[in-house]
Design a protein around this ligand. Structure first.
Ligand code: SAM
Ligand code: SF4
Length: 352
């Protein structure tokens, strides 16, 4: 194994965090992620096996990755996902092995995921109203998500996060309701600015609620100004805490911590340490990148671990990506139009 120091890219960003999409399939059709009538799926023969995922994640760990997140599509749709989690956790190569899920499968798998060693969960939910959840995700799934969150807590998961895409005219009146929901369940809510990522073909700038607007709205509703909390570092979310006196609908929200992921209006490319691998082994260094590195081909062509480590290292060192910054520089911003259309570009394939 290489004893060289871990690589940094052209902007001195380390390779520290890895997201692996374990399926491109999903049982929801969120309007900001999968708005089309039909999709072309990755060919089954190209989907990485558990052994291949284990090898790749190990090689990224060798090259500096400290945190691993399993995502999708919907990761819990992958057959035997808990077995994969157990294999990865048993290898003990990461400080943290987390999962981002829409929670539909959590009620039946939370206990097994905990037993397998999963460190933490992030659950996506965009409204606390049944009709809105159905409207945005195409399925009447709120009750199942809530059952999933209950199951996660019962299984012993702590530090669960709830990711909510904030959208003007859809859930902008629910920000403080979400903070109350988080306070009741000891969950940290993170509001995500609606991103103009590939695949979000219904995106318009008018649907974005900026971090600034979210903070102003929350302040007006709870009566006190949210204060910055902790250092953002390489984390996507800037965190805030509601000071003493914060109330909403007669509920005390003092001390509640929440995050805002402002990738659209205040990109954090300068500290981005993330790599993304799709379910068929394409490695992308940016959510907006059109070109990736085909690691599946390398894996299946009999390349040695040393050669693969060298490839990962060299590719990372040459990294210049700053997709969100480039989007911000555009004078007219509209839904992303890829120069090269392809199955790998969309958020459900790339894993968010
Ligand atoms: N299916 C899982 C889920 O929904 O949690 C994991 C994959 S999903 C692609 C990961 C995250 O990306 C979700 O939290 C989702 O809300 C977010 N996402 C997808 N499209 C987005 C967009 N256009 N803007 C902001 N966030 C988006
Ligand atoms: Fe929604 Fe996640 Fe499925 Fe996209 S991948 S449609 S965000 S549940």
């Amino acid at each position: 194994m290489s004893l060289e120091p871990f690589p940094v890219d052209t902007r001195q960003r380390p390779l520290a965090s890895l997201r692996v999409s374990i399926t491109d399939r999903c049982n929801l059709r969120c309007g900001y992620c999968m708005p089309e009538e039909s999709y072309e799926w990755l060919p089954a023969k190209d989907i990485l096996s558990f052994e291949e995922i284990l090898r790749l994640t190990g090689l990224f760990a060798d090259t500096g990755a400290r945190r691993l997140r399993l995502t999708g599509g919907e990761p819990l749709l992958r057959k035997d996902a808990t077995k994969l989690v157990a294999m990865i956790c048993a290898a003990n190569r990461f400080d943290e092995v987390a999962m981002t899920t829409n929670a539909l499968g959590l009620a039946t798998s939370a206990e097994a995921l905990k037993a397998a060693g999963l460190t933490r969960l992030t659950v996506s939910l965009d409204s606390l109203h049944q009709d809105r959840v159905k409207q945005i995700s195409g399925r009447d799934s709120l009750a199942r998500v809530l059952a999933g969150l209950d199951a996660a807590a019962d299984a012993g998961f702590t530090g669960t996060k709830l990711d909510t895409v904030a959208m003007a005219g859809f859930n902008d009146d629910e920000l403080s309701d979400f903070l109350h929901f988080g306070a009741q369940r000891a969950i940290e809510v993170r509001f995500i600015e609606y991103m103009d990522v590939p695949g979000a073909s219904k995106w318009t700038s008018g649907k974005v609620i900026s971090r600034k607007e979210m903070l102003a709205r929350i302040e007006a509703e709870v009566g006190v100004k949210p204060e910055p909390f902790g250092h953002q570092g390489s984390a996507p979310a800037a965190r805030f805490r509601l000071p003493t006196g914060a109330t909403w609908k007669s509920q005390d929200l003092s001390g509640q911590v929440f995050g805002i992921i402002a990738s659209t209006t205040e990109p954090f490319c300068g500290s981005c340490d993330r790599s993304r691998i799709t379910a068929d082994g394409m490695w992308f260094r940016c959510l907006y990148a059109e070109l990736g590195t085909n690691l599946l081909q390398e894996l299946r062509s009999g390349v040695s671990d040393d050669q693969l480590r060298a490839k990962i290292r060299g590719t990372w060192q040459a990294r210049t990506d700053n997709g969100a910054e480039q989007r911000l520089e555009r004078k007219i911003r509209k839904a992303y139009e890829p120069k090269v259309p392809g199955v790998h570009l969309e958020m459900h394939t790339r894993g968010g």
